[in-house]
Design a protein around this ligand. Structure first.
Ligand SMILES: [Zn+2]
Length: 162
């Protein structure tokens, strides 16, 4: 299939919450709602020109969403991400540490001195780069969570090349 809008934006079905959060860690714009009707998903996909990522094969086959739905089996998270990246790596921009994993908003930089009362003391002591979500106010830093994600990403991208 050919995906011709770049950079691609997505909306995931309600089975794919963990997958959506991981993709946001990579900087991918992907909407997700834990509880949503198929008709609403389709509406969002069409009106915002987002590719629908769905674990429901029948949904993907509906005429109305033809050419705008990618079927992803909901089995193993690592596999899901690998399959997704294989399909879309040329149409997305991978920018780890740039998007809120909770609400999908792009993060903004925040000065270290401004987070002193917002993060645990050991985090403040050990990190210099902080970002903030302008929508939900969550503070992000490159902790082990992000480092693990980067290792994982590196492994996948290496596999995709070979
Ligand atoms: Zn947020």
């Amino acid at each position: 299939m050919k995906w011709n809008i770049i950079p691609q934006k997505f909306v995931a079905d309600s089975m794919l919450g963990k997958f959506a959060k991981k993709l946001r860690l990579l900087g991918v714009d992907i909407k997700f709602f834990p509880d949503i009707e198929d008709s609403q998903l389709i509406k969002i996909a069409l009106s915002e020109r987002r590719i629908l990522i769905s674990s429901d094969r029948a949904l993907c086959k509906r005429k109305i969403i033809r050419g705008m739905c990618f079927h992803l089996k909901n089995e193993n998270l690592e596999e899901e991400i690998e399959i997704f990246l294989k399909e879309f790596k040329n149409t997305i921009e991978i920018k780890p540490f740039s998007r809120c994993m909770i609400c999908n908003s792009p993060l903004i930089n925040i000065q270290k001195e401004n987070v002193i009362h917002l993060v645990p003391p050991y985090v403040y002591k050990n990190h210099d780069n902080f970002k903030k979500c302008p929508t939900c106010n969550r503070i992000y830093w490159k902790g082990t969570h992000m480092e693990k994600m980067e290792d994982f990403l590196e492994k996948i991208l290496k596999n995709l090349k070979s």
